[in-house]
Design a protein around this ligand. Structure first.
Ligand SMILES: Nc1ncnc2c1ncn2[C@@H]1O[C@H](COP(=O)(O)OP(=O)(O)OP(=O)(O)O)[C@@H](O)[C@H]1O
Ligand SMILES: [Mg+2]
Length: 233
């Protein structure tokens, strides 16, 4: 579904990615792991067209994304839950959900505000609250709901549960499992390896702008060296 090959990305004259290759299969969950500053967000920003790739290829359902504008990428069916959530502070929760809603692929049974509330019941009571008055957990649920309202086929989450309390984190993981059961593919970055291992089909470890290891949760469990060398565990 998503195939990234030899992706190289610069910030000005500074090179951040040195050839990232990874793939996400339809309906599967893949993770991007690695320590701080290794290039996870840059990889995601490159896929989404927020940062321009210098070279390499990013194919989504056969279409080349390198060189596309970010709105075109989103319209092709990629939904982003960005690092830091980026909720619109001066819009209500409901307005945040509908502001960027779309269904460019004309998917059947599109996401609605009610479907988001079925996934995250706690959001419903906060319908009219302004974005900046929501808790971190509410903001993250809203960011996921907002991305779903664009009816993506692949949902990309950068730091899915960062800074959230354990109870809220559990709700996020449960929601992601449910979304996955509904057929969405997911590419997720998070620091909590235990939760990621439960949900993921495949992991990609990135080290200084390169994917240096990939495998299943069982393979990662069995590979203590990769865990300590690349993840500091
Ligand atoms: N806007 C930017 N301008 C210049 N350099 C940047 C920019 N964003 C990131 N970098 C650099 O690119 C490299 C990769 O950063 P990136 O944010 O992709 O890492 P990350 O794996 O997401 O880290 P973290 O776990 O801290 O979120 C780092 O060396 C970082 O300093
Ligand atoms: Mg990051």
């Amino acid at each position: 579904m998503l195939e990234v090959r030899d992706l190289i990305t610069h910030y000005g004259s500074s090179q951040a990615l040195f050839g990232v290759s990874l793939n996400v299969e339809p309906g599967q969950v893949a993770t991007l792991l690695g320590r701080n500053g290794m290039g996870k967000t840059t990889t995601i920003s490159s896929i989404m067209g927020i940062v321009a790739a210098s070279s390499g290829s990013i194919r989504f359902e056969g279409q080349e994304l390198v060189g596309q504008k970010s709105f075109r990428t989103a319209n092709l069916g990629l939904g982003l839950v960005p690092e830091g959530r980026q909720i619109f502070p001066n819009l209500s929760l409901r307005e945040n959900l509908v502001a960027t809603a779309s269904n460019h692929l004309n998917l059947p049974n599109p996401w609605t505000v009610d479907r988001v509330f079925a996934l995250f019941p706690e959001l419903e009571t906060r319908l009219t609250s302004m974005g900046n008055l929501l808790s971190g957990g509410e903001q993250q649920m809203l960011a996921i709901g907002r991305a779903l309202m664009t009816n993506p086929r692949l949902l990309i989450l950068d730091e899915a549960t960062e800074g959230l309390a354990p109870l809220v984190r559990r709700k996020i993981w449960a929601a992601l499992s449910e979304i996955r059961a509904q057929g969405l593919a997911i590419l997720v970055v998070d620091k909590n390896l235990q939760d990621l291992k439960r949900i993921a089909d495949r992991h990609f470890i990135i080290q200084r702008g390169r994917v240096v290891w990939s495998g299943t949760s069982d393979e990662l469990d069995a590979n203590g060296e990769a865990q300590s060398r690349y993840l500091g565990l």
